[in-house]
Design a binder for this molecule. Structure first.
Ligand SMILES: [Zn+2]
Length: 416
């Protein structure tokens, strides 16, 4: 790489200013951001972003689900662009960094290349994916999932929010139903910078997380059937207590997840007694399970162990427990060459780093199924995210943006 390009640094103050400038679109009193996807504040930030991309010399294209692509020409336009970006929507009580850092850092990379007069061989493309968060419309990361073909565009357009407004209507109301067919704008690679949204980098005092995997997820619906009977007259040995059985199973799930650690997690987040009453022994309880691990084998092993625990508990307590796997997302394995490119950039720039697994879902995890993809994490304060208190330092944000830029330069090549 040319000398000028290998020493290039993004403008830390300019990146920090854009993060705070755009945080006014949906600013909350506690210093966070409320920018629900395709709402009026999302339109404001999109308009700002479109203008900024155009001012930086990018051609902005919008697809039928509102995802925005800012194309910076390369010397060889026959090559597929290297994509970089994230999302600009937030949770209802979200922060200033989740998604926003990766999108605005992508803009900062283009601005820096422009200032340095660097042309890349391959074009590069800044992306703002629609509805990563999934709080107004389900599912989360819907636009990138449709981009890779997991859903049809019509299916996603028909999804409704709690007020009955469809994605299609919301896109029309803010003027962001674009003309491009979803998935038609091909990318040769995709790199996403994001805050970690967890505590590991901060705890280990590392600046950069080189993300090599994303966790797989298995969701279950379960039901415990016992027998409702009088709390005063039914002797203890004769009971079929669904709640006592579920209590044992909750502890079994905790034990099983720990036994498959350190990266496996298991949560029973919902449990609903059908007709709760103080003096009735519970006889019917619905519950849910969320299991995550970066290994498909571990997801399988946990499934098996949970079913053995159920067999043991139901035989001993004379109840039934039904367990249905309702959704499974296989673990994401990010492209090894791109992961190496991120790690090499980190070493070349001298930042402390470690390999890390993404615990949360991201647009890059969807992309990884069809496009070589990678992610870069930077620490966030106390690991807090999806919260108005979400925070990250200017120097960590700048470090992440520098790694993003040098990874993209390694992939796109500097025209000489
Ligand atoms: Zn995010």
């Amino acid at each position: 790489m040319a000398e000028a390009a290998s020493n290039l640094q993004i403008d830390s103050a300019r990146l920090w200013d854009t993060i705070h400038e755009t945080a006014k679109f949906g600013a909350t009193p506690k210093g966070g951001v409320r920018r629900l996807t395709l709402g009026p504040e999302d339109k404001q930030v999109r308009d700002w972003f479109r203008n900024a991309c155009e001012a930086a010399g990018c051609e902005v294209h919008v697809d039928a689900l509102g995802s925005m692509f800012g194309l910076r020409k390369g010397r060889d336009m026959s090559k597929l662009p290297v994509g970089l970006g994230s999302h600009l929507d937030t949770q209802p009580t979200g922060g200033k960094f989740d998604g926003i850092l990766g999108t605005l850092a992508a803009l900062e990379v283009v601005r820096t290349l422009n200032d340095a007069g660097i042309e890349t061989d391959t074009p590069i493309c800044i992306v703002n994916w629609t509805n990563e968060e999934g709080s107004r419309f389900a599912p989360a990361t819907m636009a990138s999932a449709a981009y890779v073909g997991d859903y049809t565009t019509d299916d996603i357009l028909s999804r409704k929010d709690a007020a009955g407004v469809s994605v299609g209507e919301a896109l029309d109301s803010i003027g962001y139903r674009g003309e491009e067919i979803v998935g038609a704008r091909k990318l040769g690679a995709f790199v996403e910078l994001h805050i970690e949204q967890g505590p590991i980098l901060e705890a280990e005092n590392k600046t950069i997380g080189v993300v090599d995997r994303g966790q797989g997820i298995a969701w279950y619906d379960g039901r415990v059937i016992g027998f409702e009977s009088h709390a005063g007259t039914t002797p203890m040995p004769l009971r079929k207590d669904a709640l006592a059985a579920l209590a044992e199973f909750v502890l079994a799930v905790e034990r099983i997840a720990k036994a498959h650690g350190p990266n496996a997690v298991g949560t029973i987040g919902e449990a609903l007694i059908a007709a709760p009453s103080r003096n009735v022994i519970p006889g019917d309880i619905a519950f849910t399970i969320d299991i995550r691990s970066p290994s498909a084998d571990t997801l399988n092993a946990i499934d098996k162990d949970m079913r053995s625990a159920i067999a043991e508990i139901t035989a001993r307590r004379n109840v039934e427990i039904a367990l249905d796997l309702i959704w499974r997302k296989e673990p994401t394995i990010f492209n090894p060459k791109l992961v190496d490119a991120v790690e090499n950039a980190t070493k070349a720039l001298g930042y402390s780093h470690r390999r890390i697994t993404s615990g949360a879902g991201h647009d890059a995890c969807n992309l990884a199924g069809v496009v070589p993809a990678a992610m870069i994490f930077v620490p966030c304060k106390d690991g807090v995210s999806h919260n108005e208190l979400e925070d990250a330092t200017q120097s960590d944000c700048a470090a992440g943006a520098n790694i993003l830029m040098h990874t993209v330069l390694a992939l796109a090549g500097v025209a000489s």
